[in-house]
Each structure stands twice: as C-alpha cells, then as structure tokens.
Design a protein around this ligand. Structure first.
Ligand SMILES: *Cc1c(COP(=O)(O)O)cnc(C)c1O
Length: 451
C-alpha cells in the first residue's frame, strides 16, 4: 500500500495472541469464521469506503479531520476482542482503569491539581455534561458564548432549558469582552463559555481578561477546548494566545476532544471538572467520598451509560507512546501544524491576489481571493474550492458574517450578510512539509478558472 499505512497490522496478530493467552485456562471455543463469506463482505466494504475524500493524505487540508495514530487504531481494534463497556467496572475493568489514568494525564496537562472527569462520545456530549452541571449549580441563569462559539452551545442550552445568549466577536473572531461586560451589567449570567480554539477560525477567547471580569461579576467559566485544547503543549503560539492557555488551570470545567487533535478514532471526547464534588450531582444517593474512591464506576459520573471502552484503551496507548507533555514528540507534531498554518498565512499575505481573513492563532487558515464585493468573493471561494478538488487538493468553504470581516477588508462592498471564504485546517504534522505543494496546487486551481 502506498497511501494507507498497513505495515503495523502484523502487530495486531501478535497482540491478539498475547491477549488470548490470558484466557487459556478456559475450555476451548471453536470459533472458525467462514473466511470466504467474510472476505466477500470486507472487500465490498473496502469498495464502498473508496467513496471518500482522502482524509489521511496531507492534500486533504479542508475540514477538521485528522487520521488516528496507528497505535490508537491498533489498540482500539485489539480491545474489541474483549469489547469492554466503560459504563461499569463489571463491563470493563481494565479499560476503566486505563480511562482514569488517561483522563488524569489530560487534567495534569492543563495544570490542574484536582479533577473529576471521564471520556464520552465527543465534544457535544462533553459540553452537554459541562453545561448540565453549570445549570444545576446556577439554576435558571443564562449561559453565554461568543458568536463564533460552536453552535452546539445554543442547542444544548435549549435541551437543558437554560436561557442562552451570544456575545459579539471582535475582528479577530474572539469574544468581545466589552460587549460581554455590558451584558454582565444586566445580571443573570451564570456561565460564560470561553472558546479555546473556535471551530471555524481557531480563534482563542481572551481568557485572562475573562477571569478579571469573573472576579468582579462572579460567574462560572467553562472552557470549550474541544479542538484547541492540546495546543497548551506547544511553544510557538503568539504571546496573546499563550496567555489565554496559561489561564486554563483556573476554569471550572473544560472539554477537550481527543478525536480532534489527540490522534484518536471518533467517539472520544473528554469533560473535566476542577471541583470533584460536582460528582454528587450525578447521583443523589451517593456520598461524595464514593466519587473519589479508587473503585469508582465511571457510569456513576457520566450522563452516557454504555460507552466504548475501546476509546479509553486507544487513548491510553497513544499517551503511552506519545505522552501529552511540553517538549515531547506529540507537542512537536502540534507545533508543526501551527508552523504550517503560519507559512500558508505568510504566502497569502505576501501575494496581492489573496486576502487573509484572520491571523491564525492555531492551525486554521481562512482566506479568499481579492474581490470587490461579498457576493463576488463568495462565488470565487466556491469556484476555487471545486477547482482545487480537481487538483486533488481538498479545502473547505466557511461562511462568516460580513460584519466580522468589515474591519479587516475595508475596501469590500458588503452587498450580502455573509461572505464565503476558503478554510484549511492544517491538522497533520505532515502539512508542514506539504505546504509548498498545497500552495502550488491552490494557484493552479485558481488559474484554471481565471483562464
Ligand atoms: C468539534 C467541536 C465541538 C463539538 O464536538 P464533537 O466532538 O463534534 O461532538 C464543540 N466545540 C468545539 C469548539 C469544537 O471544535
């Protein structure tokens, strides 16, 4: 295989045999599968799966997608011979212990001294849980998040029947703290969601300033770091961005998605609470001490019941190979992603043909071909997106409120409410080495439609 790594597959056979040896005392089971039938179906699956964008390849530089590390893929698959359920120790003893270890390492990564947390299906579930706890502690009070926060917060607030409001953004797509303060003066805000790496732009809300407001107005802070959380490990952030990350040890709750930047297969989000006593909210008849005991069943502190223990096994294995520590190999891979974004942004800025929409804070670049009006820019973005795909370069199109870009692009006529831009999530470490090739193909794509 040239594109899809499969060399590591042979290790799976060896590891399954090692796992199997642990159950050798049981009477043998005859479980020979019908190989021909399996083969037919599996090849049919492979045929169907060819109908996909080439996500693992660096020329896929569009949406927020990143291939799992081989060790995550293998550990996940290996654990499926047991198929543990991390709802309760009865269903997944080893994988529950591995989950607690892996989650504790994530809490340490953010500099937390104490934590209560667990894995869950993804960022949506994790944020649901954090806002559910926020609502229990601040009943009836408003949840607010920036206009560029993930849309899930508004919808989750609806599910939880909590009032929700959006805070305007500044021209860098960060929460505008002056606008927030005006809202705080009206009272009734119980929780502010700080987006640490906005999904569309990678913008990081100014957490230090938010903490100053918290000292005056007293609200909970929930950090949605689903996409950006791991960037706490790198040493090449802009000073302002790094200052926000340095405050993550002071938020009340935090969400990070190992399935976004943590090299995991889908189905791996994580919610963390700094105060372990919130565990008491999950189950009324359990005393707090139950939740800090070593015999904790993860289902006792989780809204989801049955859950893939495989996700915990994969994350544990990945963190064992690539510990989430500053200065480590994993941190270096993330720093390469950010470097790739900086290189692409510099090329865009240096070329009259293009306009950069935001200075990248993490590894997302948003730009457009120079144009006279929002409608013309939007048409060009969509045309270039399609022409790039014909060059095997896969970008994304993202739409922003025209008001968000009016300051940065003063010469544009804002003839419609939104403007479509090109967007690239450079989430693979390999993107750094491929950014010249991506640029060359982008120019070819743009030229192919200019004629
Ligand atoms: C992806 C994302 C979410 C939603 O998480 P899922 O894992 O897709 O459910 C929430 N917030 C932010 C900032 C995200 O990037």
């Amino acid at each position: 295989m040239l594109q899809l790594e499969s060399q590591s597959l042979s290790l799976l056979t060896e590891a399954v045999a090692h796992l199997d040896a642990g159950f050798a005392h049981l009477p043998p089971l005859d479980s020979a599968p019908d190989m021909e039938a399996l083969r037919n179906v599996l090849l049919a699956v492979a045929e169907r799966m060819r109908d996909n964008y080439p996500y693992p390849h660096p020329l896929y530089a569009g949406q927020m997608l990143k291939p799992p590390h081989p060790v995550a893929r293998l550990a996940y698959a290996l654990s499926l011979w047991i198929n543990p359920n991390n709802h309760a120790l009865d269903g997944g003893r080893a994988s529950s212990a591995m989950e607690k270890e892996a989650v504790a390492e994530l809490a340490v990564m953010f500099g937390w001294q104490t934590h209560l947390g667990h894995l869950c299906g993804g960022g949506t579930m994790a944020n649901l849980e954090a806002l559910w706890v926020a609502g229990r502690l601040r009943p009836g009070q408003k949840i607010v998040a920036s206009q560029q926060a993930h849309y899930t917060h508004r919808r989750i607030s609806e599910v939880l029947q909590l009032p929700f409001a959006s805070v305007p953004c500044n021209s860098r797509a960060q929460m505008d703290l002056a606008a927030l303060e005006a809202m705080l003066k009206q009272g009734d805000i119980g929780t502010v969601v700080a987006t640490i790496g906005a999904t569309a732009t990678g913008a990081v809300d100014p957490l230090a300033g938010l903490l100053e407001l918290q000292a005056r107005y007293g609200f909970r802070i929930h950090a949605d770091a689903a996409y950006g959380g791991y960037y706490t490990l790198v040493d090449n952030l802009a000073a302002e961005t790094a200052a926000a990350y340095a405050c993550l040890d002071r938020v009340d709750s935090l969400v990070i998605d190992p399935h976004k930047h943590g090299l995991q297969p889908y189905g791996c989000g994580c919610v963390l609470f700094q105060d372990p006593s919130v565990g008491a909210l999950y189950k009324h008849d359990s005393p707090y001490t139950y939740f800090s005991s070593d015999e904790l069943h993860l289902g006792e502190i989780s809204l989801e019941c049955s859950r893939a223990g495989a996700s915990a096994v994969a994350l544990w294995a990945t963190q064992r190979l690539l510990p989430p520590v500053q200065g480590g190999e994993f941190a270096g891979m993330l720093a390469d992603c950010r470097e790739a974004a900086l290189i692409l942004a510099a090329k865009i800025t240096a070329d009259e043909r293009w306009m950069l929409a935001f200075d990248p804070e993490l590894d997302i670049v948003v730009w457009a071909e120079r144009g006279t009006s929002a409608s013309q820019i939007s048409r060009r973005s969509r045309a270039i997106f399609a022409a790039a795909a014909a060059q095997d370069l896969h970008l994304a199109v993202a739409t922003f409120p025209s008001a968000l870009l009016a300051e940065r692009w003063p010469q544009v006529v804002w003839d419609q409410e939104n403007v479509a831009c090109l967007r690239s999530c450079l989430m693979k470490a390999e993107h750094r080495a491929w950014v010249d090739e991506i640029w060359a193909r982008l120019l070819r794509a743009a030229n192919s439609i200019t004629g």
